[in-house]
Design a protein around this ligand. Structure first.
Ligand SMILES: [Zn+2]
Length: 433
């Protein structure tokens, strides 16, 4: 009977999972070499590959005709769920895979390094590799890669070589939180690729700080008798985009440890983001006020409006608004109409009454009339405006405008060239009809 082939294997050196067909590849000569290397390693009891499901060492075999290669368990007792085709839950698969990674040489190396660095640093006590951490409240227990006590807090150091086991990560965080301990994740490397993979994982749950142990940090830690780490972090950007990753060698004793949120960080991303957003809101407010005041005053200024606008445009753009650099491209009729509705009198225009603005728009600039009337209502100016000047004249004008609207809506379709600017300057009018 044909045994089902093993589809995925664990590379015991790197701790990564690979598709069997990718390891086998299509280079015959390379495969033959790899096959004998794997055999030799197996005899030294250091198998290169294991079955991803049961972690039994695997061999590369060839079919009798020598045309096809595949992976086979080194001893086949029929118990591997991949062979018996028993269904494992995703949780079981993840837990098995996670354990497999822990047996990789890369993982063992990281564990030894961490232990050595912690033992060299007098700030830590009770440094233990793989010590059982039994829950005080529940029967649960964990075996962190390395544990130690730092300033009275028990810290579980967990090495994270792969980034795909979110459930395992989440469960661990809950356990240590409940136990009054702190989990501290350690990476072997961290780059943009890791950041992509760890979205919502360790990085994003740790105030966007990740810590790396590598030969450089180990050397410095042992020399200084102080646990040194490479910190990779991200600073928030004004426009909310992904910033570049920053890196710096830092000492563990420089970090902020937050037991309640199970976070340890060097750079306070959340704090910086709050500051940035507070600064942004006050700049938004300042610009709204300044442009509002200037709009009415600009008639009396000797300098052309473009001169002042040249100062506003870059500030608006810095806030992410695509404001035109040329004042001619700003819909001045629209802004004058909206400001007039807001202030209850013509604003930036030589007229006396708000209803005069209304008369003009209802006849001449109908593509701003709908938004103007929307603003008049929103600012509660409807009644006041209807009683300005010749009441009958405006009432008649409104009836006529409404009839025209019913007959041909198109001429009333709002001109939207400055819509984004209007939404920014008049947030209380959003959404614009
Ligand atoms: Zn297996």
């Amino acid at each position: 009977m044909d045994k089902p082939e093993i589809a995925e294997v664990l590379d015991t050196h790197s701790g990564s999972y690979l598709r069997a067909q990718d390891v086998i590849g299509s280079d015959y000569a390379a495969l033959v070499q790899l096959r004998s290397q794997a055999k030799a390693a197996h005899f030294k009891d250091q198998p290169l590959y294991r079955c991803s499901t049961c972690l039994t060492p695997v061999f590369i075999c060839a079919r009798k005709d020598g045309q096809k290669f595949f992976f086979k368990h080194s001893h086949e007792d029929g118990s591997c769920p991949a062979v018996t085709r028993s269904a494992l839950s995703q949780d079981e698969i993840d837990a098995r895979k996670y354990n497999g990674v822990k047996e990789s040489q890369a993982h063992l190396q990281m564990k030894d390094w961490l232990e050595a660095c912690l033992k060299a640093d007098p700030r830590f006590s009770l440094v233990n590799k793989e010590a059982r951490w039994a829950g005080r409240l529940t029967g649960e227990w964990r075996k962190p890669d390395v544990s130690a006590v730092y300033e009275g807090v028990r810290v579980a150091f967990e090495i994270q070589l792969t980034t795909t086991y979110l459930d395992v990560i989440v469960k661990r965080r809950e356990f240590y939180l409940q136990e009054g301990g702190l989990i501290f994740w350690v990476f072997a490397s961290f780059d943009n690729e890791h950041r992509r993979l760890t979205e919502d994982d360790v990085f994003y749950n740790n105030n966007q700080n990740a810590f790396i142990v590598n030969p450089g940090t180990v050397k410095e830690s042992l020399e200084q008798k102080r646990l040194m780490l490479e910190c990779v972090w991200q600073a928030p950007t004004a426009d909310g985009s992904h910033g570049a990753l920053r890196r710096q060698r830092v000492a563990f004793d420089q970090l902020t440890l937050d037991q309640a949120t199970q976070r340890a960080y060097f750079f306070d991303y959340e704090g910086a983001k709050e500051q940035l957003s507070a600064a942004r809101s006050s700049e938004v407010q300042a610009l709204q006020d300044e442009i509002d005041a200037w709009w009415d005053r600009k008639r009396d200024e000797d300098a052309p409006p473009q001169e002042t606008w040249t100062k506003f445009a870059p500030r608006l753009r810095k806030l992410g608004l695509q404001a035109p650099f040329s004042f001619r491209d700003v819909d001045q009729v629209l802004l004058t109409a909206l400001y007039s509705a807001k202030h209850g009198r013509p604003w930036g225009q030589r007229k006396n009454l708000l209803v005069e603005v209304a008369h003009h728009l209802a006849m001449k600039d109908r593509d701003r009339f709908v938004w103007f009337m929307h603003a008049v209502k929103r600012y509660g100016r409807e009644y006041e405006m209807a009683h300005e000047g010749d009441e009958m004249k405006w009432a008649a004008k409104l009836v006529r405008a409404k009839a025209d609207y019913r007959a041909d809506r198109l001429q009333f379709e709002p001109k939207r060239t400055s819509q984004a600017l209007a939404e920014f300057l008049f947030p209380e009018l959003c959404p614009f009809p």
